[in-house]
Design a protein around this ligand. Structure first.
Ligand SMILES: NC(=O)c1ccc[n+]([C@@H]2O[C@H](COP(=O)([O-])OP(=O)(O)OC[C@H]3O[C@@H](n4cnc5c(N)ncnc54)[C@H](O)[C@@H]3O)[C@@H](O)[C@H]2O)c1
Length: 254
C-alpha cells in the first residue's frame, strides 16, 4: 500500500498494549505491514521480543517496551519513551487484558482475582489514557481503539470479574470519547466475539476441567469454531485509518 491509500498507516506511530500475543499481536503485525511504526507494550517480554523480531524480519518497524498497564510509573515511562524515540503518538490500541475466575460462583471467586481483573482491564485503560492524552492531542488527529467485549454489556460472561471489567471498559470509553472528541482525538471500541487466543482457551479449558470433560476436545473445538485474531486485527487496522474518520462508538465482531 502507498501513502495515498486511505487504509495505509505509513509513518503512523501506533502503541499497542497487550501486543505480545493474541489479538494485539495480530494487530501489531498488520499495522506494521501497512507502514506503521509499532510500539508493543506488554508484560510478556520474551513473547513481545519474538513478535518484534518477526515483524522486523518482514521489513516492518516495531519495538517492545516492558509495561505493566497497572503501574502508573511504568505507563508514564512508556509515554516518555515514545516521545523521546518517535516524537509523537498517533494511535493507541488498548488490547492488554486478562480474564480470571471463569465459571466460578461468587463465593469461590477470590478478591485477588477480581481486583487483578479490574486493575488490568479498567485501571490500565485509565492510566494509558491519562498519560497518552497529551501526545494524542498534539498530533491533531489522534485515535484510541479500546478492545473491550460484549461481556457485561450485551450479555453475561464466563466470569463475574471479567464482565464487571468489560462493562467498566465500555463505560470508560464512552466518556473518554466525549472528553477527547473536542480535542481532536477519536475514541472507538471494538467488542470481539469468540476469538481463539490464550485468554479464550483458558476459559474453555477451565470449563472442560470443571465438567470433567476432555481438555483436548475443548481446545480442538475452539480452533474449529472460533474466529482468528487476524480477523479482528483487520477491523482494528481499519478503525485506526483515515478511512474510519467518521466512525463513532462500538464495533462488534464475530
Ligand atoms: N479472545 C476473545 O475471545 C476475546 C473476546 C472479547 C474481548 N477480548 C479482549 O481482547 C483483548 C486481547 O485479548 P486476547 O484474547 O488476545 O488474549 P491474550 O491473552 O492472547 O492477550 C492479552 C495480552 O495482554 C497482555 N497483558 C495482560 N496483563 C497485562 C498487563 N498488566 N500489562 C500489560 N499487558 C498485559 C498479555 O500479556 C497478553 O499479551 C483483551 O482485552 C480481551 O479481554 C478477547
Amino acid at each position: 500500500m502507498n501513502g495515498t491509500n486511505p487504509l495505509a498507516l505509513s509513518g503512523r506511530v501506533i502503541l499497542i498494549t497487550g501486543g505480545a500475543q493474541g489479538i494485539g499481536e495480530a494487530t501489531a503485525r498488520l499495522c506494521a505491514e501497512r507502514g506503521a511504526i509499532v510500539v508493543i507494550a506488554d508484560v510478556l517480554r520474551e513473547q513481545g521480543e519474538r513478535t518484534v523480531s518477526s515483524i522486523r524480519e518482514a521489513s516492518g518497524s516495531a519495538s517492545f517496551f516492558y509495561t505493566d498497564v497497572r503501574q502508573p510509573d511504568q505507563v508514564s515511562r512508556l509515554m516518555d519513551h515514545i516521545r523521546d524515540a518517535h516524537g509523537r503518538l498517533d494511535t493507541m490500541i488498548c488490547a492488554a487484558g486478562v480474564l480470571r475466575g471463569a465459571w466460578q460462583q461468587p463465593e469461590e471467586l477470590t478478591l485477588e482475582e477480581f481486583s487483578l481483573t479490574m486493575d488490568v482491564n479498567v485501571k490500565g485503560l485509565f492510566l494509558c489514557a491519562k498519560y497518552a492524552t497529551p501526545l494524542l492531542v498534539e498530533t491533531g488527529r489522534g485515535v484510541v481503539v479500546i478492545v473491550a467485549s460484549g461481556a457485561g454489556v450485551a450479555g453475561p460472561s464466563s466470569s463475574l470479574a471479567y464482565s464487571s471489567s468489560k462493562g467498566g471498559a465500555n463505560g470508560f470509553a464512552m466518556t473518554l470519547a466525549a472528553r477527547l472528541g473536542d480535542r481532536g482525538v477519536r475514541v472507538n471500541v471494538i467488542c470481539p466475539g469468540n476469538i481463539v487466543t490464550e485468554l479464550k482457551l483458558s476459559v474453555d479449558i477451565a470449563a472442560a476441567k470443571r465438567q470433567g470433560e476432555s481438555v483436548e476436545a475443548a481446545i480442538k473445538n475452539a480452533h474449529q469454531n472460533y474466529g482468528l485474531p487476524m480477523g479482528v486485527a483487520r477491523i482494528i487496522a481499519f478503525m485506526t485509518s483515515d478511512e474510519a474518520e467518521y466512525l463513532r462508538g462500538n464495533v462488534y465482531t464475530r
